[in-house]
Ligand binder design. Structure first.
Ligand SMILES: NC(=O)c1ccc[n+]([C@@H]2O[C@H](COP(=O)([O-])OP(=O)(O)OC[C@H]3O[C@@H](n4cnc5c(N)ncnc54)[C@H](O)[C@@H]3O)[C@@H](O)[C@H]2O)c1
Length: 245
């Protein structure tokens, strides 16, 4: 894989895991688009991705839960760089409420960002990616085991694994690979702002907290030629957290 010829979109790339992934692709000299809700942070992130070695990097404002904005982001990428080889569907949000307080609006927002955002980008990728493209969906260990108060998040992350399987099946004849990662606890703002972690409802052993770079390395691998036989996989990267009784 000659990364300097490749174009990568990372959603939610202005912070945490997405920023680490964007920098990792930058270190391989790829051209990187950071698509984030926070446009000022996305523009700043693009500077650090260039400093990491990217051939070029740009930050674009995009709410992944809005299909029109997703389409515009892909069109802006194609206009600037002429191609699209990799999408990392990383943008995500959480809400914390007991089920009796969760509203329809809560569900719609959560599903829009954490599930449909990945669908909108997958659709655009299938329409625009050349042979050999790759998509990585950032799910969570909450897709398979969870805690109280996060039902819409856990549901969206589980459904994202299902979307990954379906997209992999439809991607195979196009030679586009689609895989998912289930991160465990990763040292990002999302982890430490999590009220369940703050209150102890979800216990996090500091020794079992990974770095955003631990996920970024696996993302890069899944998009590389070395992963050519990895299709529709759900790769848990949690330092072994879910193995313990
Ligand atoms: N940190 C963890 O412990 C952990 C564990 C498992 C899964 N994850 C998943 O990893 C992904 C990244 O999480 P993180 O910890 O790096 O979070 P983070 O809060 O550090 O970064 C998330 C980024 O997504 C952006 N974003 C939010 N809503 C958006 C939208 N609608 N459109 C575009 N961008 C949007 C934010 O502006 C932010 O830059 C999320 O999908 C999260 O669910 C994180």
């Amino acid at each position: 894989m000659i990364w300097s010829e490749k174009v990568v979109i990372v959603t939610g790339g202005a912070s945490g895991i997405g920023l680490a992934a964007a920098r990792r692709f930058g270190a391989e000299h790829a051209r990187v688009v950071i698509a984030d809700l926070d446009s000022a942070k996305a523009i700043d992130a693009a500077k650090t991705v260039k400093a990491a070695g990217a051939s070029d990097a740009v930050g674009l404002a995009c709410d992944v839960g809005d299909e029109t904005q997703v389409e515009a982001t892909v069109q802006a990428t194609l206009k600037r760089f002429g191609r699209l080889d990799v999408v990392v569907n990383n943008a995500g949000v959480m809400i914390f409420k007991p089920l009796v307080e969760v509203t329809r609006d809560d569900w719609m927002r959560m599903l829009s960002v954490d599930l449909l955002g990945a669908f909108y980008f997958t659709k655009q990728a299938f329409l625009n990616m050349p042979d050999g493209g790759a998509i990585v969906n950032i799910s969570s260990v909450h897709a398979v085991e969870t805690t109280p108060l996060v039902a819409p998040y856990a549901t969206a992350k589980a459904a994202l694994l299902s979307l990954t399987r379906s997209a992999a099946i439809e991607g195979t004849p196009k030679n586009i690979r689609v895989n998912a990662i289930l991160p465990g606890a990763i040292d990002t703002p999302m982890l430490w702002e999590n009220p369940n972690v703050k209150s102890g409802v979800e216990t996090v052993d500091p020794a079992a907290v990974g770095k955003p770079e631990d996920i970024a390395d696996v993302i890069l691998f899944l998009c590389s030629d070395e992963a050519r036989f990895v299709q529709g996989a759900a790769v848990r990267v949690d330092g072994g957290r879910l193995n313990r009784l």
